[in-house]
Design a protein around this ligand. Structure first.
Ligand code: ME8
Length: 513
């Protein structure tokens, strides 16, 4: 029984330049990790790089360097991405590390001991870009594409070790039936089931025509297939097989986040390998959708690849994080555009949230010497805003527990609309003019509490801004150490706390002329 919440991103091909797709999965995983920690759970959050395979060997060769030189040089870009986006991963795995080789070879041996590996010959097509063997139906699909759109595939004929994937067709189907939460969203499970029902062929899991990989134990003429190698990273990081205690604390993974394009590897091959090795399966594989850019597929040749460093630089990491998770329901495809991000900044952040904060803290500075006033007795309207806050917290948590980021954020913004309306209706500036100190105190106190609740909820999404807002509310302890349950204790921003309006946290974005 694991006691630690374990969340992973895919490990990224090290020779790619980080793009919005990498940023997306990594940010989503970070929000989950921060949310779980905020609830007091122990968390292990893993990301890293996939550094073996034919594609990397060839890229290195073309650049006149060894594969490890290439990997050491470009891995830095991925490590920097974590910093630029405020990612709190607990480990960063590189598949070229010794610890990984040990785990991969151990899994290979266990599967071999189960009688699920045999030596034969592979003859067929291979997609080097995707590092994937092409099945008969896939080949038909590829050949039906216009030549310019066809992926580059190569004919291979070589001795190869095979994994008896066909043996796992029925066990997998039974497993999906009994664990419908294994693949999410539900509509993706249907795709996986039909793929498996259409028949599973044994899988080639070693190559002999290049050498950049982990050797097959006992036959170093072969290197292990890069997907077998890569998927096993999730186990390596748990200390398997040597560090049993850590392994038992962490494994099985609670959630593997992946893009929809690599779902098959995670929801078919990976559980089959684990079943064969006699190990528990991850609880959920969540496949997110695909981003296009201004309606177009992102590609190096079109030159429209969105650089996450540049977006974080222009708008700030928090805005980028918020945008990606608010813009589309997690699981569906989305379209990235500069204008879409600007409209989120100006509407959601500057107007709704920014305005509520600056006018409330401004009024406290003006009318109450910058200190949170004391409430008098609560009227119905003040109770309503408190009850709406509690209900927003519940909706937020329910949405977070089902990985519905956009729903979680909508619950916060629905509440912000209620809080803004409360300010308009109660008009504290009129209460100040009328010298109605009691009502003024109660109303400003209530809005500060609302902002406090929102700040706690937004922390996983916009950690830097939330932390700063928390400080401006007069809190002395850092927000990162506040438990989410505090959001239910209405009144936790104490009377007398010194607030600070400061500069606008989310200025309106104006396009440079
Ligand atoms: O697949 N929109 O690595 P990778 C959304 N090494 N997500 C996107 C995207 C887009 N336009 N483009 C890519 C690999 N992604 C393997 C993983 S795991 C054991 C091995 C996502 O660098 C894509 O779906 O190609 C995948 O989840 C990740 O970014 C990139 O993976």
């Amino acid at each position: 029984m694991s006691n630690t919440f374990y969340v992973t991103t895919p490990i990224y091909y090290v020779n790619d330049v980080p793009h919005i797709g990498h940023a997306y999965t990594t940010i989503a995983a970070d929000v989950i990790a921060r949310y779980r920690r905020q609830r007091g759970e122990r968390v292990f959050f893993l990301t890293g790089t996939d550094e073996h395979g034919q594609k990397i060997e060839r890229t290195a060769e073309a650049a006149g360097e060894t594969p490890i030189e290439l990997a050491n040089r470009v891995v830095k870009r991925f490590e920097q991405l974590s910093q630029a986006l405020n990612i709190t991963n607990d480990d960063f795995i590189r598949t070229t590390e010794k610890r990984h080789e040990t785990t991969v070879q151990e899994i290979f041996k266990r599967i071999e001991e189960s009688g699920d590996i045999y030596l034969s010959e592979y003859e067929g097509w291979y997609d080097v870009r995707e590092e994937a063997f092409i099945t008969g139906t896939q080949l038909e699909e590829i050949l039906s594409l216009p030549e310019s759109k066809r992926p580059k595939i190569e004919k291979v004929k070589e001795e190869s070790y095979f994994f008896r994937l066909s043996k796992y067709q029925e066990p997998l189907l039974r497993y999906y039936e009994e664990h419908p939460e294994f693949v999410r969203p539900g509509y993706r499970l249907n795709e996986v089931v039909s793929f498996v029902e259409s028949g599973l062929k044994d899988l080639s899991i070693s190559r002999t025509t290049f050498s950049w990989g982990i050797p097959v134990p006992g036959n170093s003429k072969h290197v292990i297939y890069v997907w077998f190698d890569a998927l096993t990273n999730y186990l390596t990081a748990t200390g398997f097989p040597d560090d049993t205690e850590t392994y038992q604390d962490i494994w099985p993974a609670d959630i593997h986040l992946v893009g929809k394009d690599i779902l098959r590897f995670h929801a078919v091959y990976w559980p089959a390998f684990l079943m064969s090795a006699g190990l528990p399966l991850p609880k959920t594989v969540f496949a997110h959708g695909w981003w296009t850019v201004e309606g177009e597929k992102m590609s190096k040749s079109t030159g429209n690849v969105v650089d996450p460093f540049q977006v974080a630089d222009e708008f700030g990491a928090d805005v980028f994080r918020y945008f990606l998770l608010r813009e589309i329901p997690f699981g569906q495809d989305g379209d990235y555009s500069h204008s879409a991000i600007i409209s989120r900044v100006n509407g959601d952040l500057a107007n709704s949230l920014g305005n509520l904060v600056s006018r409330t803290l401004g009024m406290i500075e003006r009318y109450c010497e910058g200190k949170v006033p004391a409430p008098d007795s609560l009227e119905k309207t003040d109770e309503n805003i408190r009850d709406s806050a509690l209900s927003a917290v519940s909706k937020f948590e329910n949405a977070m527990n089902e990985t519905a980021f956009h729903k979680a954020l909508v619950s916060v913004w629905d509440y912000l609309a209620i809080a803004n309306k409360y300010v308009d209706d109660q008009a504290p500036w009129v209460l100040a003019k009328e010298k109605n100190e009691e009502r003024l105190g109660t109303v400003l106190w209530s809005i500060v509490q609302s902002i406090g609740v929102v700040t706690i909820l937004l922390y996983p999404y916009m950690p830097e801004s939330a932390e700063e807002l928390w400080r401006r509310l007069g809190a002395s302890e850092p927000l990162s150490s506040v438990n989410l349950s505090q959001a239910r204790d209405w009144g936790f921003i104490e009377t007398g706390s010194k607030v600070e309006k400061g500069e606008s946290l989310f200025p309106k974005y104006e396009e440079a002329k």
